[in-house]
Design a protein around this ligand. Sequence first.
Ligand code: 5CA
Ligand code: ZN
Length: 415
Amino acid sequence: MPDIPDVAGSAPSLRLFDTATAMVRPTAPGDTARMYVCGITPYDATHLGHAFTYLVFDVIQRVWRDAGHHVHYVQNVTDIDDPLLERAVALGEDWQEVARRETELFRSDMSALRVIPPDDYIGAVESIPSIVEIIQDLQRTGAVYAVGEDWYFDIEQSARFGQVSGCDTAEMLSLFAERGGDPDREGKRHPLDPLMWMAQRPDEPAWDTTLGHGRPGWHIECVAIALGTLGMGFDLQGGGRDLVFPHHEMGAAHAECLTHSWPYARHYVHAGMVGYDGHKMSKSRGNLVFVSALLRSGVDPDVLRVALLDNRYRHDWEWHDARLDLAHHRLSDWRVAATCQATSGAEEAIETMRQFLADDLDVPRAFSVLDSWAHQRGRADGEGKRDGAIMTAFCESVLGIDLRTHSDEPQASRR
Ligand code: 5CA
Ligand code: ZN
């Protein structure tokens, strides 16, 4: 758990773009904000796309805390799924060993980047009993049917299907096929119906349950974990934009049928996709830059944090290595201003940054305020030290950036 110093003054309440209503709306958490962010599938962690997504939700959590809320943060780890099993076969390794190792690497990358860890970090495998229970509850509502020995969810039982993504049927069909769905499977009631439980395939792991000998589907896993920890109507469902459809749409549909209530989440918030070499950075494409490789080559984690967060959270953007140099220069200026220079105006700058952050999490504009603050001429009356300390506390608490260390040394090689 990183240090989160208290900062004087008050923060405005956070407004965020909600995918389901396609509007920037106020988040309105109670004392405790309840946030579920979809976790990794642990077979090739942690590339800069993952890191960007988790940093975005880390700043959301910090902004909520700055506004006086507690945060109950839940994340899953998809420690049983097709791509993990395929990777284990390709490596000739035990799938559980691959999952354990990659999960550990992800957690150490997150802690190096000063990401506040989830309060509940829960695997799919350990959730199998609750997943089975939920599928059985859904069976009783008539929303689950068998195709051979597999179990599917009937999307037509959900009156609000489509309201998270706003996609039309043609878009849904193409995204479903692209992202792990099986629109052409014979015997389904609707091509978009997702798998909830699959009977054991040859040479694959399986669990003995009342649904048969098999393993859970993907979407129901997150629903079981979110409902088991946060309950219905939690404040924010998060993830990268590639999870809008089918994953978050299906999750909302499952939960709605199960509880006969709505909404599943009050805000659906999605981070843009990070690209590299002209394509979305993805394990399947292999155009990856790993957090651990950059850190091993000597990149300061704060520099990486600045380089990633200097992008509007819901836009897609392209990584290139020069982003590290730019971030390094800016961070050095901020550090010099906070620790050496006679500075002033920290309180005003913080108030402005708080406004930009509360306005749909505009981190790049908050960073620009830091640039201006660092470049203004300070006063030499001894107040400068106090301003530096206030700014250091704010940056550590709300942006997760440490201004106390110096990084004037040239960055080591990065490849
Ligand atoms: N285990 C599922 C979620 S339940 C999963 O999508 N795992 S993942 O490892 O593929 O991705 C983990 C998170 O990183 C997801 O929120 C995903 O949307 C996000 N992500 C993956 N690639 C990128 C990228 N290139 N840019 C931004 N975010 C990304
Ligand atoms: Zn998920």
